[in-house]
Design a protein around this ligand. Structure first.
Ligand code: NAD
Length: 474
């Protein structure tokens, strides 16, 4: 008999959700990770600490905005050590909690790094020293992803940061360059800008957040244009050099030499140009597990690899690299191991960018519909027509629905505005439940709330929105 029925390698939100469910289903389970408690990149060095800092950034932005409402607080004094302690305590509380949850469920938590010996044996190099060998019936690889750093952006200097070191908040630099206008660049760039750094963003494509719908991004870009010192699109970094006075960066692009100075010096640089899968589990080659040319472990819709005893989930199996996708894949893998006939087949995986305003979408996007040549009806409700948005002095938001013109089913939802990340959950439910525009229109939403913008978008589809006069074209 094997030591455990299930061993999960990697204790991020994918891995620990899987291990906890396996234990709940009565399977003897081990969870292996180098950290002292479950949490992974998301809780220790990603989603959670960044949200703690973004909460403070939003507060600072609100206090500045309050001047327009006749309330002035003066210049904020920032105690960096205390701010770091707040963020670190959030992480400590949460990981302490997941540690306790593992214990109460009798999940054997092994602190160390796993190496595959064969398709049923894992050797763990223990964090405390020494080794432990675990035999298993099934393994779930949940080793996540690591920051991708292309050669021109590699510089061994503490002033060049990735998301992990940026979250350590070493100081508030006078000037900072963010390379990459994606999730991490915009979220962490916003934090530093709110704290007082002059932040410039360089993005190699023609727009921020490539992949997201432009009408939503435009609203965010407008505000980012006010809070950041500069945003340079269609521009890339070709070289970085460490100098005593800062990091000298050389740019390349259409506007370099005219609107953008070719060489500039920054106090700090944050490199956030994407993440790559972490399939580098030693010994994996001793199994039949297949890794594709991009570095993702190949799995089917039941999260099975080519090795019957081994499953894989989360960032290491493919995009989107999001914690909530990993958790659901992890739970699917465990249910399959437990003998249930299930597959990972979501209609909508929500994406949220926690900037100010927040940007969120779920299901089909307009960009995807255009690429696929698919005809969809689009109903938009501008937040300028929302009473609640006006009470927040945030008329800049937008809610949109993508609707199948034949069945009137909701295929996609997009939102930009404060709390978009919370509001999108209703869109996910609507898409997953096969709701149509009438369902959304007839569901009574509380007044006055931002959630009404979803209901009124459905009313817009029928040309009957109370607060937008836009008759339906016949
Ligand atoms: P990203 O893919 O979101 O953005 C990277 C950006 O860098 C892209 O816009 C890309 O065009 C640009 N880029 C690439 N090479 C460049 C270069 N040489 N010069 C200038 N720009 C360049 O990646 P990220 O921001 O590093 O985040 C990684 C992943 O982590 C995300 O894709 C997401 O899955 C996850 N994440 C999610 C959240 C969230 O859910 N809120 C937050 C942070 C990270």
């Amino acid at each position: 008999m094997a030591d455990v029925q299930v061993v999960v390698i990697g204790a991020g939100p994918g891995g620990y959700a899987a291990a906890f469910l396996a234990a709940d289903l009565g399977l003897k389970t081990a969870l292996v990770d180098p950290e002292i408690n479950p949490g992974g990149v998301c809780v220790y060095r990603g989603c959670i600490p960044s949200k703690a800092l973004l909460h403070v950034a939003n507060l600072l932005a609100e206090t500045r905005h309050a001047e327009a409402w006749g309330v002035s607080f003066g210049e904020p004094k920032i105690d960096l050590a205390k701010l770091r302690a707040f963020k670190d305590n959030v992480v400590k509380r949460l990981t302490g909690g997941t540690g306790l949850l593992a214990k109460s469920r009798k999940v054997q938590y092994v602190q160390g790094r796993g190496e595959m010996v064969d398709a049923h044996t894992l050797r763990v190099k223990l964090a405390a020293g020494g080794e432990q060998t675990l035999t298993f019936d099934h393994a779930i690889i949940a080793t996540g992803s690591v920051p991708a750093v292309p050669a021109p952006l590699k510089l061994d200097d503490p002033r060049v940061m990735d998301s992990t070191s940026a979250l350590d908040l070493p100081d508030i630099p006078k000037s900072m360059l963010v390379v990459g206008g994606g999730y991490i660049g915009l979220e962490l760039g916003s934090v530093y800008a709110a704290l007082g750094s002059a932040v410039s963003v360089v993005e190699m494509t023609g727009g921020l957040l490539p992949g997201a719908d432009r009408d939503l991004v435009d609203v965010l870009a407008k505000r980012i244009g006010q809070t950041m010192k500069a945003v340079w699109l269609n521009t890339r970094v070709v070289q970085m050099k460490a100098e005593a006075g800062g990091i000298r960066v050389t740019f390349e692009g259409d506007k370099v030499g005219s609107e953008i100075q070719k060489e500039q010096v920054f106090d700090r640089v944050l490199v956030a140009v994407g993440r790559r899968p972490n399939a580098s589990v030693p010994g994996l080659e001793a199994t039949k597990v297949v890794v594709d040319p991009r570095g993702f472990i190949v799995v089917d819709d039941q999260m099975r690899t080519a090795e019957p005893s081994i499953f894989a989930i989360g960032d290491v199996v493919g995009e989107p690299m999001l914690a909530h996708k990993a958790s659901h894949e992890g739970r699917t893998a465990v249910e399959v191991i437990a003998g249930e006939k299930v597959a990972f087949a979501p209609k909508a995986i929500p994406a949220v960018v926690f900037t100010d305003p927040e940007l969120a979408w779920a299901g089909l996007t307009e960009t995807q519909a255009q690429k696929a040549g698919r005809t969809v009806a689009i109903a938009k409700f501008p937040w300028a027509a929302s009473g609640r948005a006006l009470t927040l002095d945030r008329a800049d938001g937008l809610t949109k629905l993508l609707i199948d013109p034949a069945t009137e089913r909701i295929l996609g939802v997009g939102l930009v505005g404060p709390n978009a990340g919370e509001l999108i959950a209703e869109g996910v439910l609507a898409i997953e439940m096969g709701a149509n525009a009438t369902d959304l229109k007839l569901s009574i939403h509380p007044h006055p709330t931002l959630s009404e913008t979803l209901m009124e978008s459905a009313e817009v589809f029928f040309g009957q929105s109370t607060h937008v006069y836009k008759p339906k074209r016949s």
